[in-house]
Design a protein around this ligand. Structure first.
Ligand code: SF4
Length: 660
């Protein structure tokens, strides 16, 4: 019997219409855990480096994490993986809600979508019944509207769905896949789904998901619930309000947005408005939020309510969470009511709310600088908020200038020319980033922004305070910081204690390279574990002092999945997955030259020291100086198959590998 996982994938070939239920190899779970880890292994094995996002050979893997569907609190993440049209690299995008658990209860760990359908279709899975159905009548429909129409068509209001909107159908490079409680947003997974002709997947499952020791799992989960209650009743002092408790950042609950509004950049990531926030704004934004926030909602098997159900008269109701509340507001210099309205359009069209807001702001900036004119954009409104609605409409349908902008800032800048390239200043590896422009280089964030392959800083950072605490707050933070990994605990405590805003113990040349690498390693590892296990990072990697950590995860994996791991081997498993993701991208051409933040992300840069940081981190990870895992590293992580392929392709030479 398999525990935590079902042991079966569903393989769907949209070119031939063939559907197969395929038993999986349990050894893959031991090595790569599940979710992201086994998705990466599938992409490595099946998608050749020459195949691009829209190639017939590319696959779309829709996966539930290893612990999803079990009674483990907050284990509800689904992970979609493919090759990104934006970056040309491996993409993995997560969403919470109910779809992942429903897939597990239907009896599958993953759906592997192959080939392409010549006409729009949707997939209907009801336990063993799997059917590819015509979706021609859904062409052009919004994502959430599609899911609702399909629930009616299937006469099953409890079916869970994922769907694309017009942006995905038209292969917009920043198209998302939406669910009713979340969004697989980054790097164009919706465009791949649209390219395959797949409009939606609907699932209904009524089966059990086995765990090895049910009684122990319930005891563990009750302990987690007690800890969550404790953290809610004892908010942290001195950190940003949205991080005081746990869960995805509580922006739909807390109205104090001073930190984002005054520190993040507005427009196309250019201008900081340090004096924007005041009592009057806070009061007005609280009133606006109260009018449209109908209720707070959460995900499968989680007592927290991080998402708001938003209903604005005249707009389709939708869910909203985290920073998406502000992405369009900041990009358009708009007000909060504009943000609530345009997000309805954004979700229905099926856009990544991070990228789309930046692409629109980029277009406005080009227009204001005379690079795009009325000739390029006939009928372009004069009002900024109206401009954003106008642009989203054009981009979703690839009409006029929208056809160019739909390829994202990096490519659009090069197609437009006339100096537009200079306005591409907020992308990493061709992907639009959260709009932040800061002063002094932060060595920890420099490494995370530069080397991460997850598409977003929020998917790499977490656990450690980002703002200065008073000595008393620091001691309070440290005194019960049980989440720290054993091997770095002393180092990280010393870092927090000693960190000063100015002087010898301030950034960029402090702390030591060793400590910077330890901080980055820990933050990365926790996120990779979440993405493999399907745990919400709001209860782990992204949160301060969360209930899950490297000390209790081995026990959790033992009682749920029957995996025998200790802290060290769990760490190795996360590093193995992280290294495999790197290897897929290396095989697609990723090298050291690509590991860099946007040019002007920090005003004060130190090229020589930044090179030392990169050198140190590569060495820490066991990569060579071009950012490629060495043969020795790959073999230590039991991935000799990658080393062999690298040598066969000349990515690693036999001589260099021997010399290591
Ligand atoms: S913490 Fe929030 S986002 Fe995470 S699973 Fe719970 S309700 Fe969902």
């Amino acid at each position: 019997m398999r525990y935590a996982e079902t042991g079966y994938n569903l393989e769907v070939d949209l070119s031939t219409g063939k559907v197969e239920k395929v038993e999986t190899d349990p050894r893959w779970t031991e090595l790569f855990l599940g979710g992201l880890g086994t998705n990466a292994r599938l992409i490595w094995d099946r998608v050749p480096p020459e195949a691009d996002a829209f190639s017939e050979e590319n696959i779309l893997v829709i996966s539930a994490g290893l612990l999803v569907g079990t009674p483990v609190i907050g284990a509800n993440r689904a992970i979609v993986s493919s090759i990104s049209p934006t970056t040309g690299l491996f993409v993995f995008s997560m969403a919470g809600g109910f779809f992942g658990p429903e897939l597990k209860h239907a009896g599958y760990d993953k759906i592997i979508i192959k080939g392409k359908s010549p006409k729009p279709v949707y997939l209907w899975i009801h336990n063993d019944h799997v059917e590819i159905r015509d979706a021609s009548h859904l062409r052009g429909k919004g994502s959430l509207e599609t899911i609702e129409l399909l629930r009616q068509e299937l006469k099953d209001p409890r079916a869970q769905g994922i769907a694309i909107g017009p942006a995905g159908e038209n292969r917009v490079y920043f198209a998302s896949i939406e669910t009713t409680r979340g969004s697989f947003s980054r790097a164009g997974v919706g465009a791949v789904m649209g390219d395959k002709g797949l409009k939606a997947v609907m699932v209904r499952g009524t089966r059990e998901v086995n765990v090895l020791q049910p009684r122990e799992v319930y005891e563990f989960s009750n302990e987690v619930l007690r800890f969550i209650r404790h953290r809610k009743e004892n908010p942290l002092k001195g950190v940003q309000p949205i991080h005081e408790t746990i869960g995805a950042p509580q922006e739909m609950v807390i109205d104090d947005e001073e930190w984002h509004c005054n520190n993040f950049a507005w427009g196309h990531a250019r201008q900081r408005r340090r004096d924007f926030w005041n009592k009057e704004v806070e009061q007005r934004w609280a009133e606006i939020t109260n009018q449209v926030r109908k209720r707070l909602i959460g995900c499968y098997n989680c007592p927290l309510y991080c998402t708001a159900l938003i209903s604005v008269p005249g707009y389709y109701p939708y869910h909203l969470k985290c920073f998406t509340k502000l992405t369009y507001v900041l990009a358009a210099y708009g007000d909060l009511d504009f943000g609530f309205k345009i997000n309805s359009y954004s979700v229905q069209y099926g856009f990544d709310g991070y990228s789309a807001a930046q692409v629109c702001a980029f277009a406005v900036e080009l227009y204001e600088n005379g690079i795009l004119t009325d000739k390029d954009m006939p009928g372009f409104p004069s009002n900024n908020e109206e401009r954003f609605f106008w642009l989203l409409d054009k981009i979703a349908h690839r009409e006029g200038i929208g056809d160019i902008l739909a390829d994202g800032v990096y490519r659009a800048a090069r197609q437009i020319g006339r100096g537009a390239e200079a306005f591409d200043h907020n992308t990493i590896k061709k992907l639009e980033q959260v709009p932040i422009k800061l002063g002094m280089l932060n060595p920890i964030y420099f490494l995370m922004w530069s080397t991460n392959e997850k598409g977003n800083i929020t998917q790499v950072e977490g656990q450690v305070p980002q703002v200065h605490l008073t000595p008393e707050q620091k001691e309070n933070f440290i005194k019960d910081w049980v989440q720290l990994p054993t091997k770095y605990a002393d180092k990280i405590k010393a870092w927090l204690r000693d960190w000063q805003p100015r002087g010898e113990r301030s950034y960029p040349f402090w702390p030591s390279l060793d400590t910077v690498c330890a901080l980055v390693d820990w933050q990365e590892v926790m996120h990779y574990l979440d993405d493999c296990l399907g745990l919400c990072s709001g209860l782990d990697a992204f949160a301060y002092k969360p209930p899950y950590h490297v000390h209790n995860m081995p026990h959790l994996l033992k009682i749920t999945a029957g995996l025998e791991l200790d802290e060290e081997s769990l760490w190795d498993a996360a590093v193995r997955v992280r290294t495999l993701v790197r290897a897929i991208n290396n095989s697609r051409g990723l090298r050291r030259k690509d590991d860099k933040p946007p040019e002007d992300h920090w005003k004060h840069r130190f090229p020589e020291y930044e090179a030392k940081l990169i050198d140190a981190f590569y060495q820490h990870r066991g990569w060579n100086q071009d950012g490629i895992p060495t043969k020795e590293t790959l073999e230590r992580l039991q991935m000799g198959f990658v080393a062999e392929e690298f040598i066969r392709r000349g990515i690693l030479t036999e001589a260099a590998a021997e010399a290591k």
